[in-house]
Design a binder for this molecule. Structure first.
Ligand code: GLY
Length: 342
C-alpha cells in the first residue's frame, strides 16, 4: 500500500492506494457512520461492508441530481444522523460525488470518506475534493470543494468492472500522463495490454502515478484558479461530446483529448508526432478518437459551456508530451477548430 496526502483548506485527505475494503472499519472515526452506495456495488461487495446502515442509490449520470441528494437527506433524517455521523461513499464517481456533496451540506457538513470502486474514480473523481451534482442538463453545476477524510483505492474491486468502465478510467490516466508525465505515457504505450487486463502491478503503478499527479496539482491549486485547470485537458470538447452524443465520460474525454492535441499542433505548440502518439495510444486502449454527431451540436454545446467567461474559455493545450499549459481562447477559435476537424 502507498499513502499520499492532500492538504485541503477544510481539512486534509489521506489517499490509500492498494488498501483493501476489508480494512475500511479502522479508518472510520467515532461510533456512528452511514454508508452510501449504489445497487451494483451493493450487489458485489455488501458482504465486505462494515455493519452500518446503508443508503442505496441507482446508477448512471442521470441520477446525479438534487432529487437524489434530497432522497438521501430524507433518509439521513429518518436514521437520525447527527453531526457526529460519518458518511462513507462506497462506489464510483457518481456515488462519491453525491455522497461528498450530501456530507458537505447535511447539517452544514459532516465528515466523510470514500472507498473508490471504479478505475475512473480511483484515478480522478474521488480524489481532490470536488463534490457536486448535475443541474438542468449542466454537468457538476451545483457543488462544493471539500476534501474527503480518506480515499481507499482497492485494486481488487476493479475486477467486477465491465471492460468499457476500465477503458474510461484508462482515458483519465492517459490524460494525466499527457499533461504531466512523459514517462508514464511511455509506460502505458508499453503496457497497454496488461493495463486492460488489470495486471495488479501495472494497475497499482498507473493508479498511484495518476494520484501523485492529481494530488500534486490539487495541493497547489485546490479550487481551480489556475494550475488545476490542466486536469481539464480534453474536457471542453469532451463535455460537449458527452452531452450531445450520450457517450460515456471517459470515451468523450478520449475524443476531446485528440481534438485538443490537434488544436495544440495547429497552434504550433505540439509536434504532430506527439499528437499521433496520443491518438494511437487511445486507439490501442480501445477508446474512440472521433465523434459521430453533426458538428453543429458540438459547437452549440461548447457555446453553453459553464466554464466560459464572456466570449473566451480557459482551454488546456499541450506543448509536449507530459507538458500542458492553459490558454484563454476565444470560443470562435474553438468552434472553427471543430469545423476543420470534423
Ligand atoms: N477532474 C478534474 C478535477 O478534479 O479537477
Amino acid at each position: 500500500m502507498k499513502i499520499l496526502e492532500i492538504f485541503g483548506s477544510n481539512g486534509d485527505s489521506t489517499l490509500f492506494v492498494g488498501e483493501r475494503i476489508q480494512h475500511l472499519q479502522k479508518y472510520i472515526p467515532g461510533k456512528k457512520a452511514i454508508i452510501i452506495t449504489d445497487i451494483n456495488v451493493k450487489h458485489f461487495y455488501e458482504k465486505e461492508f462494515p455493519s452500518y446502515e446503508v443508503i442505496t442509490i441507482g446508477t448512471g449520470e442521470e441520477i446525479k441530481t438534487l432529487d437524489t441528494a434530497r432522497a438521501i437527506y430524507k433518509r439521513l433524517v429518518e436514521l437520525e444522523a447527527d453531526r457526529s455521523t460519518f458518511i462513507i461513499g462506497i462506489g464510483g464517481g457518481i456515488v462519491c460525488d453525491i455522497a461528498g456533496f450530501v456530507a458537505s451540506t447535511y447539517l452544514r457538513g459532516v465528515k466523510f470518506g470514500f472507498v473508490s470502486t471504479t478505475l475512473l474514480s480511483q484515478v480522478d473523481a474521488s480524489v481532490g475534493g470536488k463534490n457536486g451534482v448535475n443541474f438542468e442538463g449542466y454537468k457538476n453545476m451545483v457543488g462544493v470543494f471539500n476534501q474527503p477524510q480518506f480515499v481507499i483505492c482497492d485494486p481488487f474491486l476493479l475486477h467486477t468492472l465491465p471492460q468499457k468502465e476500465i477503458r474510461c478510467g484508462l482515458a483519465e490516466i492517459v490524460k494525466h500522463a499527457a499533461i504531466a508525465d512523459a514517462n508514464l505515457f511511455t509506460f502505458l504505450e508499453a503496457h497497454y495490454q496488461q493495463a486492460q487486463s488489470l495486471d495488479t502491478d501495472v494497475i497499482e503503478k498507473l493508479v498511484y502515478d495518476s494520484v501523485v499527479i492529481k494530488s500534486d496539482i490539487v495541493n497547489r491549486d485546490e479550487t481551480e484558479q489556475g494550475e488545476r485547470r490542466k486536469l481539464n485537458f480534453g474536457h471542453t470538447f469532451g463535455h460537449a461530446i458527452e452531452k450531445t452524443t450520450g457517450v460515456s465520460h471517459g470515451e468523450a474525454i478520449s475524443i476531446g483529448m485528440v481534438m485538443a492535441s490537434a488544436l495544440s499542433v495547429k497552434k504550433e505548440h505540439l509536434p504532430v508526432h506527439d499528437a499521433q502518439r496520443i491518438k494511437h495510444l487511445l486507439e490501442k486502449l480501445g477508446l474512440p478518437t472521433t465523434f459521430e454527431t453533426h458538428r453543429n451540436n458540438i459547437i452549440d454545446a461548447v457555446h453553453k459551456d459553464k466554464k466560459r467567461e464572456g466570449d473566451r474559455i480557459h482551454f488546456v493545450l499541450l506543448n509536449g508530451l507530459g507538458s500542458a499549459f492553459v490558454d484563454n481562447i476565444p470560443i470562435k477559435e474553438l468552434t472553427a477548430a471543430i469545423t476543420y476537424m470534423s
